[in-house]
Design a protein. Sequence first.
Lengths: 115, 119
Amino acid sequence: AQTVTQSQPEMSVQEAETVTLSCTYDTSESDYYLFWYKQPPSRQMILVIRQEAYKQQNATENRFSVNFQKAAKSFSLKISDSQLGDAAMYFCAYWGGGSQGNLIFGKGTKLSVKP
Amino acid sequence: EPEVTQTPSHQVTQMGQEVILRCVPISNHLYFYWYRQILGQKVEFLVSFYNNEISEKSEIFDDQFSVERPDGSNFTLKIRSTKLEDSAMYFCASSEFSSLVVGGNNEQFFGPGTRLTVL
């Protein structure tokens, strides 16, 4: 069975600095998607960034980028120029190509941003 | 921007009672999902729904649970006889495509959740 592991329950970053959130996963599939979702306090989860496993190039979305290491089954999220609004719970998620939508989530990392 | 909505935001019920959690997915989406998050734990998949039938379900989704799309806009999750361990945040999500469509927009959009408290 696929699993997703986020080893950092909490992280803290100074405003304008860079922070990296870790995620590892386990799968025997070759085709899948990986996601980072952000959940602000009392708000719904929103998609931050997506990576298709068949793409070698790391995905980027403005200040957010990933380091996707397929062989190592690692998918870390880098947030550059951190802003106060980045404070949230961040979930790494896996979606297998053979499933009809079963997102498998990690436990999440709570990110605090210090002014 | 279209959003997934859920009602109620908070539901308190007595153990053994039936509850129905409601969701309105984004209008052009075809795939619907329920997830739950017990306090302090990870978000867990419950069920996916497409073309008026369940596509996939987890071990959590036992006979006490059912889903329905009664009128073409709402998507409901019913728990027939609630247990204390059903207390959780329940998230509805929808997507335009499933993961099987390469290059398609398979992003799942989540609702704000319903906090279910079973006493």
